[in-house]
Design a protein around this ligand. Structure first.
Ligand code: ATP
Ligand code: MG
Length: 474
């Protein structure tokens, strides 16, 4: 019996196929990952049925647990259900033909081999029989096992056909290559470069799914370098493509910001699985091309790139179909603040500068420090050690001030409603002015972060802007 059928669920599936006298196979990612010894957190099982996938899904569900809810996708001829940790999808073997303008094929019933040839890569075409008479037998008409052993990604058909039929497969090739550390076979690779333009017919939602999978790899730079090399980058992510290259004036060169960003991304991936912190690392210098200036006395400058960069994020997120929610705001904030800890490490640091950063970064201050440390990509070890040591000092300073002044989750000691009732006013501009004054005074260390001092300042500030307290201040 195949090691890939160890899970008990396959016995139940096998008995359904045998009883129904229908041929069925496990295929795709399950077989590939099991041979690679890869532990997949999600247990997706893809089943190909020579017949109706939908009918067999219902029969299998009935056998495994009559209460299971089967989701049917009639248009695709597929059906799936969940059972414990498994998500099992059934599809009838099919033959496909494509129209050049779309990824949506015309589908008709086909043989197992028809079904395998329309798949993306040979390593995803291995099938294992589930019928009793041939239980556990491998079918491998495209030599997928050989490619798995050699760690090669290759299309089962002429790559031009495979990629032209469904250009999303170009992104999948690069994603699998990055995830599995596989090489894309030469002709397959050349064909991606050749067909790159066709990525335009793929929806951004599908592209971002693959990009995010690349972002979650151990070394996403590998994927981005391939995306660049194939010419896909300038189509799907022009802002990143724009960061490539080095300019030299009067013998002075700046670094390649694309390669630097990829290094920072890889660095942070060693420290965190937080996808959004990874995005912040990739995007932290995104406005460098737009702010680049050569100043004869001082050399290259990217003045304000952190500010402009954070302004560019919403547009990039919108185009890439990344979420336009608090995740985006988090990335914006980190991009905006990414130089601040450096400033704190260089100057004589005042407590108020530290308080201001704690206030602005809030609970994301630890992530910000992680980003700053990942941003050190100097090859000069002495320099690297010096920067790291500086950041260690900044971290200490942040801890010290936070213990004393609790700025990370700053709650104004006098809030809006207290201001409103103190002066008998309506919510409006004055409340904002007084709140700002109190916050600034606390950050600047003029008053402590305490109610009594803040109330006193509120009354003073109110007077200044022409307000009279409802009751005389005590
Ligand atoms: P993972 O689940 O890790 O993304 P997978 O190989 O299981 O990898 P799925 O998207 O779950 O990928 O698809 C299951 C199988 O369906 C694949 O192994 C492949 O055979 C086939 N497949 C999926 N998407 C495509 C596609 N765009 N073109 C051709 N075949 C595909
Ligand atoms: Mg899968």
């Amino acid at each position: 019996m195949s090691i890939c059928l160890n899970d008990k669920i396959f016995e139940a599936l096998s008995s359904v196929f045998t009883e129904e006298k229908v041929r069925g196979y496990v295929i795709g990612g399950w077989v590939r990952d099991c041979i690679l010894g890869r532990n997949h957190p999600e247990k997706d099982i893809d089943i190909v049925v020579i017949g109706s996938g939908i009918e067999i899904a219902h029969k299998a569900a009935l056998k495994i647990n009559p209460g299971i809810n089967v989701s049917v996708f009639k248009n695709f001829g597929t059906a799936m259900f969940r059972h414990h940790e498994y998500e099992i999808e059934f599809v009838g073997a099919r033959k496909e033909s494509y129209d050049r303008g779309s990824r949506k094929p015309v589908v008709e019933n086909g043989t197992l081999e028809d079904d395998l040839r329309r798949r993306d890569f040979t390593i995803n075409t291995l099938a294992i029989s589930l019928n009793q008479d041939t239980y556990g037998d491998f079918l491998d008409p495209f030599n997928g096992m050989n490619d798995l052993k050699k760690k090669i990604l290759r299309t089962p058909l002429d790559p031009d056909k495979t990629f032209s039929d469904d250009p999303l497969r170009m992104m999948r090739a690069i994603r699998f290559s990055t995830q599995l550390n596989f090489t894309i076979e030469e002709k397959t690779f050349a064909s991606i470069a050749e067909n790159a333009e066709r990525i335009k017919i793929v929806s951004p939602e599908r592209i971002i799914t693959e990009l995010n999978k690349i972002m979650m790899c151990e070394q996403p730079s590998k994927g981005f370098l391939l995306i660049e090399k194939t010419g896909l980058l300038k189509i799907i992510f022009p802002e990143l493509d724009n960061m490539k290259g080095i300019d030299t004036i009067e013998g002075k060169a700046h670094k390649d910001n694309f390669l630097h960003s990829l290094k920072v991304l890889d660095n942070i991936c060693r420290k965190t699985d937080n996808l959004w912190l990874r995005w912040a690392a990739l995007l932290h210098d995104i406005a460098k091309p737009a702010t680049k200036k050569y100043i004869p006395e001082t050399g290259w400058s990217f003045h304000g790139h952190e500010f402009l960069g954070s302004k560019m994020i919403p547009d990039i997120f919108r185009k890439l179909k990344l979420p336009l929610n608090e995740k985006m705001k988090y990335v914006q904030k980190l991009v905006d603040l990414h130089l601040r800890p450096i400033v704190l490490s260089q100057e004589v640091v005042t407590d108020s500068a530290v308080r201001r950063l704690l206030f602005e970064a809030g609970d994301d201050v630890d992530d910000l420090m992680m980003l700053c440390e990942a941003d050190i990509t100097s090859k000069n070890e002495a320099k690297k050690t010096r920067h790291l040591e500086n950041f260690r000092i900044v971290r200490n300073k942040l801890r010290e001030i936070e213990e004393k002044d609790a700025m990370r989750n700053f709650q104004p000691p006098v809030d809006g409603s207290e201001i409103i009732s103190a002066f008998g006013i309506n919510p409006g501009r004055e409340v904002g002015i007084i709140k700002n004054a109190i916050r600034e005074a606390i950050i600047e260390g003029i008053i402590p972060n305490e109610h009594e001092a803040a109330r006193k300042l509120m009354l003073e500030k109110g007077k200044e802007i022409g307000l009279t307290p409802v009751e005389p201040a005590i």
